[in-house]
Design a protein around this ligand. Structure first.
Ligand code: AMP
Ligand code: GLY
Length: 432
């Protein structure tokens, strides 16, 4: 089977790497990929020399005789790439445009949750600046303001007080700094607690639950510094009891699948539930993403023991997959960690073009893997090319030993301005 993975991050590197070990794969292409893909003998990178369009991806699928396309980033999904490829008769994994609105529009997503009885923060929707200001003047703080549309992680403001909240509103609705994405906003109640990432793969009927893990969003140790795309992940989370885990399917996933079906669609692909666990142990949904998480996937692909490709192949078909295809030992019963090395200036003005040296010794351990995100090959040399440069992931019997091992490995990745958190997996993030 010839597979195309669309995207250029660590998530796509991890998916492509995992699939390249499948029994049924013959060739894995990654478009547009990154420097890490160039370095993998099992993967073929198709670099991009022009703006990426649906038409261009369709052409690549045809020219390279692709049997299955897997789409990583939300932008393509929200833009209807799945619909486009399906119309052309090309098998693809991912939700269609109407379904991907669960991530593409916070307003749609919040109303969907309310209509389908899914627990989330109380909210109001505004398309009028003055009305939003009036609401904030009577608001309770902290409060959360969210741009309706996709904003690459820049559209959510947790405001501690009225002045911060009014500034966020001004930024979105008056200065229109995020363009159309911020013209309409959701203002919602602040939920205290700790966040976890719960991801499933579904054909619309059956689901495969991925291990619930935790992404460390702040740049610096102990939850300090600005919010990022994610600086590291750990698994397991001892404070999540089985009782709580069993509720996630009945109270969140099933209502999503039913709600989508009631709208005349089928949810096919990955569903990422960003959850807030309150100090009392109740779970509410922060957000839905219609894709895998990054860096979560960089760990989850290592924790996955079974073959992902046959499942994805079946998800792309009308009749979906059979749960008997998912063996009970589909996941390693091990701890896992992922540590991200970021570039100077991340998450704001990122410096690129710094040469990277990676010690070959790092990956001699089969339980450890480096995935690249912001890297490129320039004149035959590996250089930084993005905020999150690369990450080292590993699995092992003991989380603490693994933590020490990975901290040692990440030291052997060298580039000017490198930054990484040293507390991933050390403490479970609890409360704020
Ligand atoms: P979102 O894109 O909706 O997940 O928001 C980005 C981040 O903002 C989340 O990962 C949380 O850390 C924070 N956040 C969003 N909504 C809330 C909320 N209602 N209460 C507390 N924190 C929130
Ligand atoms: N790591 C957070 C996300 O993928 O949205």
């Amino acid at each position: 089977m010839r597979v195309l993975v669309v995207g250029s991050g660590g998530r796509e590197h991890a998916i492509a790497w995992k699939i390249s070990h499948s029994k049924t794969v013959s060739k894995v292409f990654v478009f547009p990929g990154n420097g890490g893909i160039d370095l993998e003998s099992r993967l073929t990178r198709i670099p991009s020399f022009e703006p990426v369009s649906k038409e261009h991806i369709g052409k690549l699928v045809q020219e390279n005789k692709i049997d299955l396309t897997i789409i990583g980033p939300e932008l393509f999904l929200v833009d209807g790439l799945v619909d486009y490829l399906q119309e052309k008769g090309f098998p693809v994994v991912g939700p269609t445009k109407q379904v991907a609105a669960l991530e593409g529009s916070k307003i749609f997503s919040k109303r969907f949750m309310r209509d389908n009885g899914i627990e989330t923060a109380d909210f109001e929707v505004f398309d009028n600046y003055e009305k939003a200001v009036d609401y904030l003047k009577a608001g309770r703080f902290p409060i959360v303001i969210k741009a309706d549309g996709l904003a690459g992680g820049k559209g959510v403001f947790v405001a501690k007080n009225q002045s911060d909240a009014l500034k966020a509103l001004q930024f979105l609705m008056k200065e229109k700094k995020l363009g159309n994405a911020g013209m309409r906003v959701v203002i919602e109640e602040f939920m205290p607690g700790f966040e976890v990432s719960f991801i499933i793969l579904t054909d619309g009927r059956n689901i495969v639950k991925f291990p619930v893990c935790q992404d460390y969003k702040n740049l610096r140790d102990s939850g300090l510094g600005p919010n990022t795309g994610g600086m590291g992940v750990h698994f397991p989370l001892p404070s999540l009891d089985n009782n709580l885990l069993s509720k996630l399917e009945d109270e969140i996933v099933r209502p999503v699948l039913r709600g989508i079906e009631n709208r005349g669609h089928v949810y096919k692909g990955f569903l990422y539930c960003g959850l807030m666990v309150s100090p009392g142990g109740e779970v509410r949904v922060l957000e839905f993403n219609c894709r895998l998480g990054d860096p979560e996937t960089q760990l989850l692909m290592l924790l996955m023991k079974g073959d992902l490709l046959p499942l994805l192949d079946n998800v792309s078909r009308e009749d979906g997959f059979n749960l008997s295809e998912v063996p009970s030992n589909f996941w390693h019963q091990k701890a896992g960690l992922c540590l991200v090395a970021s570039a100077d200036g991340y998450p704001d003005d990122v410096r690129t073009g710094d040469p990277i040296e990676v010690d070959d010794e790092i990956e001699t351990d089969p339980n450890i893997k480096i995935f690249h995100s912001g890297t490129e090959i320039l004149d035959g040399k590996l250089v930084t090319n993005g905020g999150r440069v690369m990450a080292v992931s590993g699995i092992g019997e003991n989380k603490d030993l693994l933590r020490h091992k990975l901290l040692d490995k990440i030291k052997q990745i060298k580039f000017e301005g490198k930054h990484y958190r040293k507390d991933i997996g050390l403490t479970e993030i609890r409360g704020k």
